[in-house]
Design a protein around this ligand. Sequence first.
Ligand code: HSE
Length: 439
Amino acid sequence: MTVINVGLIGLGTVGTGLVRIFHENGSLVENKLGFSLRLKKIAVKDISKAREIPLGKSVLTDKAREILDDPDIDIVVELVGGENPAKEFIISALNKGKSVVTANKLILAKHGKELFEIADKNAVDIGFEASVAGTIPIVRALEEGLAANKIEKIVAIVNGTTNYILTRMTQTFKTFDEALKEAQELGFAEADPSMDIKGNDSAYKLAILSMLAFGMKILPEDVFTEGITGVTPEHIERANSFGYVIKLIAVAESFNGKVSCRVHPVFLEAKHPLSAVQNEFNAIYVVGNAAGETMYYGRGAGQMPTASAVMSDVIELAERHFRDCKKKDCPSRVMETKTRSLFWREKSILPADEVFNKYYLCFPIVDQPGVIGKITTILGVHGISISAVKATIVDKSKNRGLVEIFTHSVREGTVKKALAEITGLSMLTESIFFYRIIE
Ligand code: HSE
């Protein structure tokens, strides 16, 4: 029986999950494949460390080179994380004619083009299903299921930590800090959650999705990014009162050949399918010009959900290696698939200020005659059309009120200019806050 050998570098949470899948579902997988898939070697930092899973001594090594230099290993799984040495391991494996599976969103988002070119040159491939939204098969959906489509828009919740925090703030009116603490206690948020709460984790994932969807090299710095640290219980309460929920959303959409990529909190209409995505779950809503609306839902993190996505890539690559795709005259999937071959189209990013959205604007004010007039006059001068206005006294004793305005679709740069002007008005008691609206 043919054996396809796999080498694993990194035995942390997800690596351990992958070994579990090999142990628990190995025969099931082999029955489907019709050949043997063997986890031949695992490279770890410390061989003597106690492990959660039983492993033969001969399987472990503390030298990644033993995997990279082994001619019998066809597929290398990189689960080290971080940029280096993970990137060097990936490049070395590709140059040795091995396919690579990785969950490393940072490397894919920053160096995807370079790595795909190296894979292509060596007629091997990179599986990265686990790099975006954990277990959800969104890479396959974009590359295969929706291959016939021009992708018009992606709207996604791709960070479980922030979705958990915002869900709890909505359900319990906890403050951001309280909800973050709860997420950390339950293991949904890292000890250092800054990449999540500032939106960078979502930006990395959106860069990868956008690259797949629009065939351009889109880097994390091309993604306009705002996190959720400024979201307060008052914002949540105001959103709910108008039939919206606040979510951290990653959006990529195409406008006349240009692509806008952005991550920021939004007022999401309660009837939008993404508003039902609660707690640590992720979901990606994709609109294709032929398929129309589609949505993909599941766990974006966690040991077994992420390992499931890693194993799906191992299985796919093993099947292709089995079919002898390593022959020099057999191009790798980088060349075979239509979307990948578009990767190197010239990048054309639409700056965030040029994007059109509907807006919710909230002005905390001292209640006095002419307040609404002054605000709406400035908006009017900037050509911002209003769809609704509400004025409320929220604290009679302090004469504090809120003027809340919903706009029609307007250019972001125009809104920012108008708000900068309104910020100078003396009747404002606190900072203006605003949210983009998704319906
Ligand atoms: N920290 C991420 C999240 C999971 O909270 O979704 C890993 O990408």
